[in-house]
Design a binder for this molecule. Structure first.
Ligand code: PGA
Length: 250
């Protein structure tokens, strides 16, 4: 089954309005030179500038998403934002369960699942992140950790249309280290098989690889079986670094 890849940039807590707008404008310009870039392109900026970035990308082939959302629709949750707010601002996707949220905000699989369900209920596509720590990898627990996260973080109404799964080994994020292509292929095949046990359209779910993806390693990683795109942190901040990753789909 051929699945349209998704190349997603996660800007994390980086960038101020004017410089972010300049990078996004560059990206839009590059993407606009193609009738079809062969993938969906997504940028997840800080929540504060989502609406502005949506305005900048209106009518283009670049979409805008959130990096996190609250599990509730509204209410007394100081400092949080809801999936409905992201949707209202024009976002189309929301990342949930990124390892930085799991670590910094003590988010459990159950919390991640509730957030994914909130994102979907609001009409967004949830990008659910999973990944093992270095200690877990070195003690041979990678596949069981991933299975546990997939089983317990995915929304109960998961479909290939409403959910994307991102495999991001925690030790590869922002470190310049990546697993071998064989290791990535093994984990992605494992996730696909786990999905098959809980849903009928598992073959259509986009499985992203994330963790130190850059122009120089993207082609090899994106060509692997069961890798349907990437979730890119550092190399998504500058259009000139992100574009070569998008280009692997053209
Ligand atoms: P990185 O981050 O590309 O900077 O390693 C990836 C991510 O956290 O999504």
């Amino acid at each position: 089954m051929s699945v349209r890849p998704l190349i997603a940039g996660n800007w994390k807590m980086n960038g101020l309005g004017s410089e972010s707008a300049a990078q996004l404008t560059d990206l839009v310009e590059q993407a606009s030179e193609y009738k079809d870039v062969g993938c969906d392109i997504l940028i997840c900026p800080p929540a504060l500038i989502v609406r502005e970035m949506v305005t900048l990308t209106k009518g283009t082939n670049v979409q805008i998403g959130g990096q996190d959302c609250h599990m509730n629709v509204s209410g007394a949750h100081t400092g949080d934002i809801s999936a409905e707010m992201l949707k209202d601002a024009g976002a189309t996707y929301c990342i949930v369960g990124h390892s930085e949220r799991r670590t910094d905000h003590l988010e459990t699989n159950e919390v991640v699942k509730a957030k994914a369900e909130a994102a979907i209920a609001a009409g967004l596509i949830a990008i659910v992140c999973v990944g093992e720590t270095l200690e877990e990898r070195e003690s041979g627990k990678t596949l069981s950790v991933i299975s546990n996260q997939v089983k317990n973080s995915l929304p109960s109404d998961v479909t290939a249309q409403n959910t994307v799964v991102a495999y991001e080994p925690v030790w590869a994020i922002g470190t310049g280290k990546t697993p071998t292509p064989d290791d990535v292929a093994e984990v992605h095949a494992h996730i696909r098989s786990d999905l098959k046990s809980v849903m009928s359209d598992a073959d259509g779910v986009r499985l992203l690889y994330g963790g130190s993806v850059k122009g120089s390693n993207a082609a090899e990683l994106m060509a692997l079986e069961h890798v349907n795109g990437g979730l890119v942190g550092g190399a998504s901040l500058k259009a000139g670094d992100f574009w070569p990753i998008v280009e692997t789909s053209i």
